[in-house]
Design a binder for this molecule. Structure first.
Ligand SMILES: Cc1ncc(COP(=O)(O)O)c(C=O)c1O
Length: 304
C-alpha cells in the first residue's frame, strides 16, 4: 500500500499514517461495519468518480440495515468523498468509504457506540485487476455456500458478509484458480466472491436475479443499462451450475473487476476457452462509459 494523500475521519482529513483506531473498536471484534468501493477514472476531461450518488445511496442503505445512526448526511459524505479524492492528488484511484461501530462499550450490542466514518483512497489504474481483463479468469465453484438473507442482510455491503467471500477466494487461489463462483443453499449460481456474474448462451445474456442472494452491483446495473441502450436485453433467471459449464461466454462485473472474462470453470473450458466477442464488446462499451467517451452515460460521471 502506497501511503498517498490523506484519510478523512469523522470530518477531518488526517495524514495517511495517522488514520488509526483503538483495538477495542466494536467492528474489529464483531464485524459491525459497512463500506463502499468506488472508482475515480482519469478521463480525457479530467478525473471523474463513477456513479457517486448510487454508491452513496447504497452506503446509507447498508448503514440502515445495521441500525447505524450516521452523523453525516448523504450530501456531506458525497462532498467528503470528492474532497478526499482531490486531496490525494491521484488522477485515478479506488475510494473506500467505511462506517463502523467504534470504540466505547464492549460487548455484542453495537448500537450504543458511536458510528465512525472514514474515507480513504489509493492508486488503482484502469484495468488493473489482471486475471480476466486481458485473458480469461479460471474460476472454481466454491465448496463454501453463499450465506443468505435468512442469516444477515445481503443487500448490505457489510464486512460481515465478506468472511464467507474471503474463504471462497482463499479456496480458489489455493487450488490454482483466479476466482471463486458461489452457489446458494438451493444450488443456484449467485456471484463471484466480489463480482456479479453473467453468462451468454446462444447470444442471450443471462444473470441471476437479486433473489439468488447477490449484492446489487452498480457495475451489474451499468452493464445491463449499456446492453439495453444498445438495443439488447438481459434475462434475469436462476442459473444452475450446468449453465456455467455449457455457456458460450461468462463474464463478471464489479467496481474493481470492471468487466472480466471467465474462460474456465472448475476443469471445464468455457466456449472455445478464449474471451468471447460479447464480453469483449461489453468491456469496450464499459470503458467508453467510465472514460466519458459515450455521451449517453455522461450523467454517471462526477467530475472533481
Ligand atoms: C459480493 C459482491 N458482489 C458484487 C459486487 C459488485 O458490485 P459493484 O459493481 O457495485 O462493485 C461486489 C463488489 O462490490 C461484491 O463485493
Amino acid at each position: 500500500m502506497k501511503e498517498i494523500g490523506k484519510i478523512w475521519m469523522n470530518g477531518k482529513l488526517v495524514p495517511f499514517k495517522d488514520a488509526k483506531v483503538h483495538v477495542l473498536t466494536h467492528a474489529l471484534h464483531y464485524s459491525t461495519s459497512i463500506f463502499e468501493g468506488i472508482r475515480c477514472y482519469n478521463t480525457p476531461n479530467g478525473s471523474a468518480i463513477f456513479r457517486l450518488p448510487e454508491h452513496v445511496d447504497r452506503f446509507f442503505k447498508s448503514a440502515k440495515l445495521y441500525s447505524m445512526k450516521m452523523q453525516f448526511s448523504k450530501k456531506e459524505i458525497s462532498n467528503a468523498i470528492i474532497k478526499t479524492t482531490k486531496s490525494s492528488g491521484l488522477k485515478e484511484c479506488y475510494i473506500r468509504p467505511l462506517a463502523y461501530y467504534g470504540y466505547g462499550m464492549m460487548g455484542l450490542t453495537p448500537t450504543q457506540n458511536k458510528v465512525d466514518v472514514s474515507i480513504a483512497c489509493w492508486a488503482w489504474k484502469m484495468g488493473e485487476s489482471k486475471a480476466g481483463k486481458f485473458s480469461g479468469a479460471k474460476c472454481k465453484v466454491s465448496s463454501w455456500i453463499k450465506i443468505d438473507s435468512r442469516s444477515q442482510p445481503m443487500q448490505a455491503k457489510a464486512a460481515a458478509n465478506y468472511s464467507n467471500a474471503a474463504l471462497a477466494r482463499i479456496e480458489a487461489l489455493e487450488n490454482g484458480y483466479d476466482e471463486a463462483i458461489m452457489l446458494n443453499y438451493s444450488g443456484k449460481v449467485v456471484e463471484g466472491s466480489a463480482e456479479n456474474i453473467f453468462i451468454v448462451k446462444d447470444n442471450i445474456i443471462q444473470t441471476p436475479p437479486l433473489s439468488a442472494g447477490l449484492l446489487e452491483g452498480i457495475t451489474r446495473d451499468s452493464v445491463i443499462q449499456i446492453i439495453e441502450e444498445n438495443g439488447g436485453f438481459v434475462i434475469e433467471r436462476d442459473l444452475e451450475r450446468d449453465d456455467l459449464y455449457t455457456a458460450d461466454e461468462i463474464f463478471m462485473t464489479g467496481t474493481a473487476a470492471e468487466v472480466k472474462s471467465v474462460t474456465q470453470v472448475d476443469k471445464v473450458k468455457i466456449g472455445n476457452g478464449k474471451m468471447g466477442n460479447i464480453t469483449k464488446a461489453l468491456q469496450k462499451s464499459f470503458t467508453n462509459a467510465v472514460m466519458g467517451k459515450d455521451e449517453r452515460f455522461l450523467p454517471w460521471l462526477t467530475f472533481i
